[in-house]
Ligand binder design. Structure first.
Ligand code: NAD
Ligand code: USQ
Length: 395
């Protein structure tokens, strides 16, 4: 297949682009390199020494004999270039990773809030609009988030839709299957709930084929393809704004920093290893929805864990102390989370779990690049509101 990977220079997109290329698909990466620019602005760097995109692509050519092409464009702002790209390349599928993905970054100030909404919503809308204008039959595989549902609720979280009963305009009771009610916990997560409505409309009106993958927190770093040469190494964020919880704890353990458990660590979240994340993209692309099918939604996660339990596990294997940090986020102190994830398993996903011994491997990566870690950037400086800011700074 011909596949465009929007956001293919990022943490999830880079290994996915390489895997799709390795198994014989023709791959184009589209990226505006905004994530690298944010690192410069925040004065942080990936734990791993990621190489410029040109060097990455040459190394891949050398390692695999395959060509991945690159187009630098801003999906949210360069509409006509995006349309021209689609008309020229005529991809069978577009994997859409090209959004600002950090919840803490999206809550830093009005600047980052507005950037996140403008970037993410415009990127998704431009893509849908350009597909319709091109007249091409392109399957959109979008990376959404488990956070669209909120993190608790009555019973297991379904895959996208719920059967609802509500009072209609004329007072009679109506029963209908609707998108699960959105309950975002940050400006970033809110953009993903807005994306869902865009997909709903363009699917209903223009029959655009969409698979929306509601992904949990991704952990791990490299895939088989990224390990083929050090130049192909994947991004690894550990800082307070972009690092995600399990990868952060492993880096903290590697440098003897107390693990930054927010509040009591009672938050339960859904997780997936980067290798499974990449495999899910392959499964979604190779099994597109049929003509006229509604937006297909899968929960892309393999297990749920409570933050306090993750901290205990990392403390045990990495010999770290557990710290307790006042929570900079406005979120429930404790929640339970049960998630349905049959869709991707039915397509063939074999979940990689925490018991698989992969934590040691990540600790090794963290130790190997330990001299690149800036301890001053571990603590998050993004607060959900002034009450949270005062609670953290007061402590
Ligand atoms: P990332 O920031 O590492 O990668 C995103 C890439 O998109 C970057 O290379 C960035 O430069 C690019 N980009 C952003 N806006 C763009 C635009 N307007 N035009 C062109 N390129 C643009 O993030 P990631 O961790 O790889 O996440 C990828 C996607 O997966 C995101 O949409 C995110 O919401 C979703 N996701 C990530 C996780 C996770 O734990 N990392 C979990 C669930 C969902
Ligand atoms: N947490 C800590 N200590 C830390 C960092 C985080 O206790 O040092 C807690 C947070 O309070 C939160 C949980 O760990 O309760 C998860 O936080 P996270 O930073 O790992 O993940 P989150 O902000 O939710 O965002 C990440 C990705 C995002 C994706 C989302 C999936 O950055 O792109 O959409 O995971 S989900 O969480 O399922 O919504």
């Amino acid at each position: 297949m011909r596949i465009a990977v929007l956001g293919g220079d990022g943490f999830c997109g880079w290994p996915a682009a390489l895997r799709l290329s390795a198994i014989g698909h023709e791959v184009w990466i589209v990226d505006n390199l905004s994530r690298r620019k944010i690192d410069v602005d925040l004065e942080i760097e990936s734990l791993t020494p990621i190489q410029p995109i040109g060097a990455r692509l040459s190394a891949w050519r050398e390692a695999s004999g395959r060509n991945v092409r690159f187009t630098r464009l801003d999906v949210a702002r360069n509409y006509h270039r995006l349309l021209g790209f689609l008309q020229e390349v005529k991809p069978d599928a577009v994997v859409h990773y090209a959004e600002q993905r950090s919840a803490p970054y999206s809550m830093r100030s009005s600047v980052e809030k507005r950037y996140t909404v403008e970037n993410n919503v415009a990127a998704t809308h431009n893509l849908l609009c350009a597909i319709v204008e091109s007249g091409l039959d392109i399957h959109v595989v979008h990376l959404g988030t488990m956070g669209v549902y909120g993190y608790s609720g009555a019973g297991p979280i379904p895959e996208g839709y719920v059967r609802a009963k509500f009072e209609g305009f004329d007072g009679t009771w109506v029963e209908r299957e609707i998108l699960s009610p959105p309950d975002p916990g940050s400006v970033y997560h809110m953009t993903k709930t807005l994306d869902q409505l865009l997909f709903f409309f363009y699917n209903k009106n223009d029959r655009v084929k969409v698979t929306d993958l509601h992904q949990g927190v991704v952990w791990g770093t490299n895939t088989k393809e990224c390990l083929a040469s050090e130049t192909l190494i994947n991004r690894f964020d550990y800082d307070g704004e972009y690092g995600t919880v399990l990868n952060r704890f492993l880096v903290q353990a590697a440098i003897d920093h107390p693990l930054t458990v927010y509040g009591t660590g009672g938050q339960t979240r859904a997780f997936i290893h980067i290798r499974d994340s990449v495999e899910c993209i392959r499964l979604a692309i190779e099994n597109p929805p049929s003509d006229g099918e509604r937006v297909r939604i899968f929960n892309q996660m393999t297990e749920t864990h409570r933050v306090a339990d993750l901290a205990k596990l990392v403390a045990r294997i990495g010999g770290a102390k557990i710290g307790e940090v006042p929570n900079p986020r406005r979120e429930a102190e404790r929640n339970d989370l049960i998630v349905t994830n049959d869709g991707l398993k039915r397509l063939g996903l074999k979940p990689t779990t925490l018991e698989g011994g992969l934590l040691e491997e990540i600790l090794e990566v963290a130790r190997k690049y330990g001299d690149r870690i800036d301890r001053t950037r571990i603590v998050s400086r993004s607060y959900w509101n002034s009450e949270r800011k005062n609670a953290v700074e007061g402590a």
